[in-house]
Design a protein around this ligand. Structure first.
Ligand SMILES: [Zn+2]
Length: 342
């Protein structure tokens, strides 16, 4: 199904090493200055993550009732997901950020098995998904303060998830459409408090909800946290690129995460606008694919490697710009550190 005879991405990995060596930006300061990413198999230097998909799902049970979402037919899952993950690896992917949250299918033990078997670095998340009409918000979240919710997420970071040693590498939250609800704002505040404590990046399913963008920027400001700590997830749903650029200008990460083989033109033209504005360094690209969507057929996540990167080259994007988007930007966005605004 997928042609792997040409691998345009492995070239990038080699080129990336040459560039890093040539620019002398190998980490040379003290250890505390080295930016780290936390994978399901432990920490990795942000400069070492290689070609990265910044928003995918290796599996999810999005759609099932909340109490059933961590239950998988593991044998069937592995037989579908492992070969696909191996194909993704063969296409040059070295690191993948998995966006399936607790309460709609996060299973860090399964993610670790996939990481071990495929040698893709996988990063999982903490947080609560507040979109989908609140169906994946657990009952306790309504009764707790932002500080109490933050304490749960900090505990996963410090002590491991679901009784394992596996730590989250970012936060994943989600806001419904319309005016941000009280619970969505509370979950975001909990995210900001968590960020101030442990430095995890806050990725928020926001989509086309401009009111939610404004509300999040206001809460970040209230806590003195820079928009650099925040990823506007599904920003591609919003058509006004000028507005995306204005948020990128403030420091927010713009996640254009719906790449498919049939929408390359849209992505190329948006990337050109980001390049013209000098803001390519704020863009994250991904597919939001899913290798096991409730056990259904794979929603693919290879078009970036097979189609978009070649199209970027045809449209004059340099190797350095491609490395910027697929390696340096994820490293910068997810590298763990507290980002205060002042
Ligand atoms: Zn997603």
């Amino acid at each position: 199904m997928i042609s792997v005879k040409m691998n345009p991405i492995k070239f990038i990995a080699v080129f990336s090493i040459i560039l890093i060596a040539a620019s002398g930006c190998q980490p040379s300061d003290s250890d505390k200055d080295i930016l780290m990413i936390k994978t399901v198999n432990g920490p990795v230097e942000a400069g070492e993550i290689g070609f990265t998909l910044s928003h995918e799902h290796l599996m999810s049970n999005f759609g099932l009732p909340i109490e059933e979402t961590d239950d998988y037919d593991e044998e069937a899952l592995y037989s579908q997901v492992m070969p696909y993950a191996n194909q993704i690896k063969e296409l040059g992917v070295e690191t993948l950020f998995d966006y399936t949250t607790a309460y709609f299918g996060r299973r860090v033990d399964i993610l670790q098995k996939i990481a071990d078997s495929t040698s893709i670095r996988i990063v999982t998340n903490t947080g609560i998904y507040g979109a989908a009409d609140n169906r994946y918000i657990p009952e306790y979240a309504y009764g707790e303060t932002p500080e109490e919710l933050a304490a749960r997420w900090i505990d996963e970071f410090e002590n491991g998830i679901d009784g394992t040693e596996i730590r989250p590498g970012f936060m994943k939250l989600a806001i419904d459409s319309g005016e941000p609800s009280e619970i969505d704002q509370k979950l975001f505040e909990a995210g900001v408090i968590t960020h101030l404590e442990i430095g995890l990046t806050i990725a928020v399913h926001t989509g086309d909800n401009i009111e939610a963008v404004q509300a999040q920027l206001e809460i970040l400001d209230k806590y003195g946290v820079s928009p650099e700590a925040w990823i506007w997830t599904h920003a591609n749903w919003h058509e006004d690129t000028d507005f995306l650029l204005s948020v990128a200008e403030k420091g927010g990460w713009i996640s254009l995460d719906g790449v498919r083989e049939d929408n390359l033109d849209e992505y190329i033209s948006r990337l050109k606008l980001f390049r013209d504005a000098g803001l390519l360094h704020k863009v994250l690209l991904s597919h939001d694919g899913d290798a096991w969507p409730m056990g259904d057929e794979i929603r693919p996540f290879q078009a970036i490697m097979t189609h978009l990167v070649p199209a970027m080259r045809e449209n004059g994007f340099s190797e350095e710009e491609i490395i910027q988007i697929f390696t340096k930007n994820p490293g910068g966005a997810y590298g763990i550190r507290v980002r205060k605004s002042k």
